[in-house]
Every structure is written in structure tokens, then in C-alpha cells.
Design a protein around this ligand. Structure first.
Ligand SMILES: Cc1cc2nc3c(=O)[nH]c(=O)nc-3n(C[C@H](O)[C@H](O)[C@H](O)COP(=O)(O)OP(=O)(O)OC[C@H]3O[C@@H](n4cnc5c(N)ncnc54)[C@H](O)[C@@H]3O)c2cc1C
Length: 253
């Protein structure tokens, strides 16, 4: 098994700590798609939100403020420097998402320090990148693309985003703007719906058409472990070296 796939399967650890230490107030909670909520939080103690695009935090819920009952990692979807922190969270009916589904503006959650240095987008690291995302795996790329747009960074970015249907596209309008304004070449592929755009899973043909210089690009992968494993297998079969310098991955359980 190659090193990248081993890392993907090992996943991220999640430690439950003491009570609410970094209180963040929910300021907006809206359905972005039929199954994904956009949730925006603001520090309740005026903390400056310092993180790098691509990082994630642990969002913790406490029923009484004295201990965290449940916490899960979520990629930050907003750009550094914004006064709120934004997330795109799939409502999968699990322990934390069933709480988040009912959450109201004004509710307080604990937000950890930013984590995940290995997935940070660093301008100038490689001026050519390929972002591959599936479903809510678009979240860290939203942070990166907003950051690139905000700072006028001129790099060659291709994003291929796979979702089931057009209703499942998260941030459709912003993605269209990034494409039109040259922030990135944005390609959406629908796996379960006919339309005039790309159809089917991300495969060799799509990568060759949109990123023919794939071996010169740093590839960032984000989605389920199944998605990350299959994309890593595909990329390595296309000659992309299986090391963290070439393939960076952020993986949901
Ligand atoms: C670094 C990192 C960043 C992440 N960022 C995001 C993000 O930006 N947006 C996001 O929506 N999620 C993200 N996740 C996943 C998130 O941490 C939770 O695993 C997810 O929200 C489910 O938590 P839960 O407590 O509701 O479910 P749990 O109680 O942990 O699980 C309950 C059931 O739901 C199933 N389940 C768990 N996750 C999913 C899923 N994604 N789709 C379908 N079924 C699932 C489990 O298999 C289980 O059967 C991220 C994970 C990691 C490791």
C-alpha cells in the first residue's frame, strides 16, 4: 500500500477536552443545498480568527458549558481575515450533525485552534495546482479560492468538483464567479444527472483534458476516504509521485 493511502486510512484523531474555552456564537445557519448547511460563527470574546486556507477546526457542543459532549472536525470555508468563520456541513444525522441541524442563531459552540498544517494552501509553493473535491469536500477549497481572489494571487488553479446532481453543488454562484474572473478553472461533474456539462466520476480522461500537465501540478484531494483512495490510485497510475509534495489530502471519515 502506498504511503499516501496509508495516511488517508489512518485519518485524524479527535480528542474530547474540557468545557467551552473558545466560545463562538452561531450567527447564520441556512441550507446551502437540500442536505448541506452553511453555518457562520463569530468569536464571542472578540478573538482574531487566525488560520491558513485549507485548515480545519474541531466544533464542540456542550449541553451545560462544563464539558464538551461531542466534537467533530470541520474544514473552514471562509478566507482568513474575515470576521466570521464559515463552514459547509452535510446533515448526515449523526451525533453532532443532528444537534447542528436544530441549531439556532445565537447558540454557542466551542471552536478549537486551527489544525491540519499538511493541507494548507501556501501561495508560491507550486504555481500550478489541481484541486479535486467531492460533495462537502469543497469546503477547504472555498477558503483557498476566496483567499486567492481576495489577495489577487496569480496562480494556475484547476478545480474539478464531483457531486451527484446540480442541486448538490455547494456555493454554485461563487464557483461560477471564480471561473469567470480567472481565479480558477472550475469544472463541475455530475455523477447522477444528465446535463450539458461534465458527467460521471473524476477519471483519467477528465484529468488529462483539464490538467494535461498533471505531473507539474500539486494535487489537493478532499472528500471521503473512499474518494481520496480512488483518486490517489488514479493519480499514481498517471505517474504522479505518491508523496506529500505532490498529493495533499484532507479526508472525511
Ligand atoms: C479534517 C476533517 C474535516 C472535515 N470537514 C468537514 C466539512 O467541512 N463538512 C462536513 O460535512 N464534514 C466534514 N468532516 C466530517 C465531520 O467531521 C463528521 O464526521 C460528520 O459531520 C459526521 O459527524 P456526526 O457526529 O454527525 O456523525 P457520527 O455520529 O460521527 O456518525 C454517524 C453516522 O454517520 C455516518 N457519517 C459520518 N460522516 C458522514 C458523511 N460525511 N456522509 C455520510 N455519512 C456519514 C457515519 O458512518 C455513521 O454511520 C470532516 C472530517 C475531517 C476528518
Amino acid at each position: 500500500m502506498n504511503r499516501i493511502i496509508e495516511d488517508i486510512l489512518n485519518g485524524h484523531g479527535s480528542e474530547i477536552n474540557a468545557g467551552i474555552k473558545r466560545p463562538y456564537r452561531l450567527v447564520e445557519t441556512v441550507y446551502e443545498t437540500p442536505t448541506v448547511k452553511k453555518m457562520r460563527f463569530k468569536s464571542d470574546i472578540g478573538e482574531k480568527l487566525t488560520f491558513k486556507p485549507g485548515q480545519f477546526v474541531e466544533i464542540g457542543y456542550s449541553s451545560d458549558g462544563s464539558k464538551i459532549d461531542v466534537q467533530r472536525p470541520y474544514s473552514i470555508g471562509s478566507a482568513p481575515g474575515s470576521d466570521t468563520m464559515e463552514f459547509y456541513i452535510g446533515m448526515v444525522g449523526g451525533k453532532l450533525t443532528s444537534i447542528l441541524e436544530k441549531a439556532k442563531a445565537g447558540d454557542i459552540y466551542n471552536i478549537s485552534m486551527p489544525l491540519g498544517k499538511n493541507f494548507e494552501y501556501v501561495p508560491g509553493y507550486n504555481k500550478k495546482s489541481l484541486f479535486l473535491a467531492a460533495a462537502t469536500g469543497i469546503a477547504p477549497f472555498m477558503s483557498m479560492l476566496k483567499y486567492i481572489e481576495k489577495n489577487g494571487i496569480d496562480e494556475d488553479i484547476v478545480l474539478i468538483y464531483s457531486v451527484k446532481t446540480d442541486k448538490d453543488v455547494i456555493c454554485a454562484r461563487e464557483l461560477k464567479r471564480f471561473d469567470l474572473n480567472g481565479v480558477a478553472k472550475v469544472v463541475v461533474t455530475l455523477t447522477r444527472q444528465e446535463w450539458e456539462g461534465e458527467k460521471g466520476r473524476i477519471n483519467e480522461d477528465k484529468i488529462k483534458r483539464y490538467a494535461p500537465d498533471i505531473k507539474d501540478r500539486t494535487v489537493y484531494l478532499c472528500g471521503s476516504s473512499q474518494f481520496n483512495v480512488s483518486m490517489t490510485e488514479l493519480l499514481t497510475s498517471m505517474g504522479v509521485p505518491a508523496d506529500r509534495g505532490h498529493i495533499k489530502h484532507d479526508v472525511w471519515g
